[in-house]
Ligand binder design. Structure first.
Ligand code: ZN
Length: 535
């Protein structure tokens, strides 16, 4: 009885705390009681090199995860270029060299399960390589824009860096989805004692040209009937808007034909332009793109549902309970519009949501991020109506924007100095000043944690300053590259990770998922994670 009263007091205090903050944190007594009894789950995204190429290295990696109290390892098995990391029998042409002989994934599952750790198979779903096997064998499966080009024709950033990925059309049948991706998922589930399939890039491309795909022949044919923008019966009959109501949009139900009569004579660019910029009602707003966005959301929804259904069949055959987890963007309403990823609709087909609530997806400073992380995580749980578990996703690297920036700036300025012709004295002098200024920022930070490396860099800087010979600049670049690869312990303030985990916890998520194992190693953050995830 006393215990029960104490619990009620705790619940009551939590309620008051919850109610006195903003509306996002209002939760039912039921949810709070549940949270008070629930154990926080811990997951970690990892890449194949983290596990290494031998049974022993896999075992060491699992032991490291065990020490950090990780209970799910999300291991990459299909990368962004379409390459795979299990000895696939059905898609041997995609397997990365070395992984056909050593079954890293199977070994990981065995070792992890012996430590009571789950393993999810992480697939980059709809992104594939410009040199990948899927695109090489089936160029017709690629998404194309109104100009008829794939995403590999796009560029990144103002420097117009090449974009090496080809996104595949989620809609086309038969196509990439039903002939390649779903069979891959089925093969993994059938042959491995995996705990979940993990969707990533389960969407349309968003970092380049969100509104430009897909206008392949299949999609151009499918979008009008998907939204019934015209009738296939009696195609010659056209219906105009009947202006019975004063407000023009109020006449939508007079059943106007939205696809023009000369549709078939239009080329790809004209059709795409109409679907994006046309009007459902002449005189109304240019709103036809609503159906384009809706079509894209529907295609991704359909794939997520089909993956779940195929796994259900495998589970029935094997007597297994393979689930589905997903890496998703922070806001399903906005990602529905921009990348077709309206994940609040996926609760029937997802076992665990892992939103990538990374600092890189927010504007503002570090302290602002902590507030946004709490608020966004709470909102995400509301978006899925608390129907399925949700783990707050934190990427360590982006927490350290202030610490990485001086290293990157120094590297970039030194690179630019190296490229300047020796005859251009004025430009070299100005660039040298920028290099020196860049170094001063880095120096003060470095001196505190690694005086030896600070002295080594300072000596090289002195040589750069006096002559700026190419040998001195090369040596500087070498030291900066080394610093990037292997920064000294303590260079990254560990409390940034601890404070981020605490900020996520304020929203009471079902778990925390960290991106990514390799960064923890490089940034020397494993001990910090061990302390933060201690039971
Ligand atoms: Zn398409």
């Amino acid at each position: 009885m006393r215990q029960r009263i104490r619990l009620l007091i705790v619940v009551g205090t939590l309620m008051i705390a919850a109610l006195s903050t903003s509306a996002f944190f209002r939760a039912s007594t039921h949810a709070i009681t549940q949270n008070a009894q629930r154990r926080e789950a811990h997951a970690l995204w990892a890449h194949p090199p983290d596990a290494g190429g031998s049974v022993e290295s896999v075992r060491q990696f699992v032991e490291q995860c065990k020490r950090a109290n990780i209970d799910t390892i999300v291991m990459l098995v299909k990368g962004m270029s379409g390459e795979t990391y299990w000895p696939s029998r059905r898609f041997p042409q995609t397997v990365v060299k070395g992984y056909e002989s050593f079954d890293m994934f199977g070994t990981l599952i065995r070792e992890a399960h012996s430590q009571n750790i789950k393993v999810d198979a992480w697939l980059c779903d709809f992104v594939d390589g410009a040199e990948g096997a899927a695109y090489r064998e089936h160029p017709e499966w690629a998404q194309i824009n109104s100009g008829g080009a794939t995403t590999a024709s796009e560029t990144l950033g103002t420097q117009k860096r090449p974009y090496p990925y080809v996104w595949m059309c989620p809609a086309r049948r038969p196509g990439y989805t039903d002939q390649w991706l779903l069979p891959m998922i089925e093969e993994i589930a059938a042959n491995y004692d995996v705990d979940s399939i993990h969707h990533d890039y389960v969407r349309y491309p968003g970092d380049v040209a969100p509104d430009s795909y897909c206008f392949c022949d299949y999609c151009l044919k499918q979008i009008p009937p998907y939204a019934m923008l015209n009738y296939e019966a009696r195609p010659a009959e056209r219906y105009r808007v009947t202006p019975a109501q004063e407000r023009i949009e109020a006449n939508w139900w007079s059943d106007p034909t939205m696809i023009p009569a000369n549709w078939q004579e239009r080329d790809r660019r004209e059709m795409a332009d109409y679907l994006l910029n046309g009007r459902t009602i002449p005189g109304g707003p240019p709103d036809l793109r609503y159906f384009f966005y809706n079509y894209r959301v529907h295609q991704i929804d359909t794939f997520v549902r089909e993956a779940w259904e195929r796994l259900a069949r495998v589970n029935q055959r094997k007597g297994s309970q393979i689930g589905v987890s997903a890496a998703i963007f922070k806001n399903p309403i906005q990602s529905g519009r921009f990348i077709g990823q309206q994940w609040d609709e996926w609760t029937p087909w997802i076992s665990v949501f892992m939103p990538m609530t990374y600092r890189s997806h927010f504007a503002g400073g570090f302290d602002a991020y902590l507030d946004h992380l709490t608020e966004t995580t709470a909102r995400q749980m509301e978006w899925v109506r608390h129907e399925k578990p949700l783990y707050a996703g934190i990427a360590t690297t982006y927490l350290f924007r202030e610490e990485w920036q001086p290293i990157d700036d120094l590297r970039d300025r030194a690179d630019e100095l190296k490229m300047l012709p020796t005859t251009d004295a004025a430009a070299r002098e100005a660039k040298l000043k920028a290099v020196v200024a860049g170094y001063e920022v880095l120096r003060s930070r470095l001196a505190k944690v690694s005086p030896d490396r600070e002295r080594e860099l300072s000596r090289t800087m002195a040589a750069v300053k006096t002559g700026a010979t190419s040998a001195a600049v090369d040596e500087l670049l070498r030291l900066v590259a080394q610093l990037r690869r292997d920064p000294p312990p303590g260079y990254f303030p560990a409390e940034k990770l601890t404070r981020s985990i605490e900020a996520a916890r304020k929203a009471n998520p079902d778990g925390i998922v960290i991106f990514v194992a390799g960064s923890l190693t490089r940034e020397k953050l494993w001990p910090t994670l061990e302390a933060a995830f201690k039971q």
